[in-house]
Design a protein around this ligand. Structure first.
Ligand SMILES: Cc1cc2nc3c(=O)[nH]c(=O)nc-3n(C[C@H](O)[C@H](O)[C@H](O)COP(=O)(O)OP(=O)(O)OC[C@H]3O[C@@H](n4cnc5c(N)ncnc54)[C@H](O)[C@@H]3O)c2cc1C
Length: 383
């Protein structure tokens, strides 16, 4: 059993924990990053669809995503590392009832500098062929696209290590004891770490980690499936395309087509077995919008499932626990953690370094919103 001291222990080496460790180490904190599994990105991060977009309908999410996309874009210039950002674009097929709100969202996005275009159907169909029934219009984000979750997480871990962070894999946190001075003793694998701050970046396991310290953090696992065609099924690139009417989304990955969509009656809990019955239902819905799906050969071995780390309102939790100011949550991103990880790491470091987050108004992500009388943020379509 070894013992060590840190300013901050970050629990979890997914995209959020890795980015947080990097930002904290860059700010001069002594960081220890502990991960239960063998390396970075082995939780939700490594099972992600990896699509990133600045197209959101509220100011905070637009800012968090757009700043993060630019961080991924600028990674090679700033750090000399390519993390797989590709501006392959993001096409939203929006239903008639939602179209007026979508146009307002476009204005908001543009006001924040996000490149976004309203495309006529014909121009959108050149990117991804689709039927137009029930659609009010389409929008296109040319700077949106994909990032590589493994490359991004590994890069952040290595950059953190280069700035002095200790990185401990195969070190599951099993005990967390509070100290009278407000710090924590963290038992992780065969080591005990005495730390002032703890960052809970354990993804879908964040509720469990919080319970070790007697805290309540409402995050649950919820399975999502990614279905894949056989390689060679596509002879052209298909950008990330989301059909708001059916919830089906798809994009190409090389010559494969990947597609998915949330099952409304999915039962909460850790489950990474592919749901084949949902694939049939999804294909039926998807084929109405994208008739060419009928001809796409499937590759069962190429499919996978992972879990979203869901909160009750499907938005992340960032900031201190009300009962324990040195406990910093950075979890529960409910399917959009990849596209916001760079900026969330920066906010975590700002919180710990300065005692508050003031560079953006992130108050809507406070844990307290779940116990306050009414939700403080609009709920938008989450897919
Ligand atoms: C199928 C699928 C598709 C998705 N598509 C997208 C997308 O297109 N765009 C997007 O932005 N997001 C997407 N997401 C969501 C995104 O992947 C997550 O929001 C993000 O990866 C969360 O990162 P994280 O670091 O919070 O969690 P994780 O990656 O789960 O990392 C948490 C880490 O904590 C570790 N851990 C847990 N308990 C302990 C413990 N007790 N001790 C030590 N370590 C512990 C775990 O092993 C894990 O490595 C998708 C997710 C899935 C599953």
């Amino acid at each position: 059993m070894s013992e060590s001291v840190a300013d901050v222990v970050v629990v979890g080496a997914g995209a959020i924990g890795a980015s947080s460790a990097f930002q904290l180490a860059s700010a001069g904190h002594r960081v220890t990053l502990v991960e239960a599994l063998d390396g970075p990105a082995e939780g939700s991060t490594g099972r992600s669809f990896a699509s990133i977009r600045g197209q959101w309908a509220d100011e905070l999410n637009v800012e968090l995503s757009w700043r993060s996309i630019r961080a991924y874009r600028d990674f090679p210039a700033v750090h000399g590392i390519d993390v797989g950002y590709r501006p392959s674009g993001y096409l939203l097929l929006v239903s008639e009832p939602a179209w007026a709100a979508q146009l307002e969202a476009v204005e908001l996005q543009r006001a924040h500098g996000v490149p976004v275009e309203v495309l006529p159907f014909a121009a959108a169909q050149e990117r991804t062929p689709f039927e137009t029934a029930g659609l009010g219009g389409t929008t296109w984000g040319p700077a949106d696209g994909v990032v590589d979750p493994h490359l991004a997480s590994s890069a952040y871990v290595e950059l953190a290590r280069a700035r002095g962070a200790q990185v401990c894999y195969r070190s599951p946190v099993r005990e967390i004891d509070p100290h009278a001075d407000g710090g924590w003793s963290v038992r992780a694998g065969d080591r005990t770490i005495r730390t002032q701050y703890l960052v809970n970046a354990a993804g879908g396991w964040s509720g469990e980690v919080a319970r070790l310290a007697g805290l309540d953090v409402p995050v649950v696992h919820s399975r999502r499936n990614v279905y894949s065609s056989a390689p060679g099924a596509l002879d052209r690139a298909v950008p990330m395309t989301v059909d708001f009417t059916s919830g089906v989304y798809l994009r190409s990955d090389g010559s494969r087509l990947l597609f998915g969509g949330a099952r409304p009656d999915e039962v909460d809990g850790y489950n990474v077995h592919v749901d084949w019955s949902w694939m049939e239902a999804l294909l039926e819905a998807g084929t109405r919008r994208f008739p060419w799906l009928v001809d796409v050969p499937l590759d069962r071995a190429g499919c996978w499932a992972g879990t979203y780390e869901n909160t009750p309102d499907h938005h992340g939790i960032v900031g201190p626990a009300p009962a324990a100011p040195t406990w910093i949550n950075a979890c529960g991103f409910s399917g959009h953690g990849m596209m916001q990880a760079p900026e969330i790491g920066r906010l975590v470091a700002e919180q710990i370094t300065t005692g508050a987050i003031t560079s953006v108004d992130a108050s809507a992500l406070r844990l307290e919103r779940f116990t306050e009388a009414r939700a403080t943020r609009p709920v938008e379509l989450v897919f």
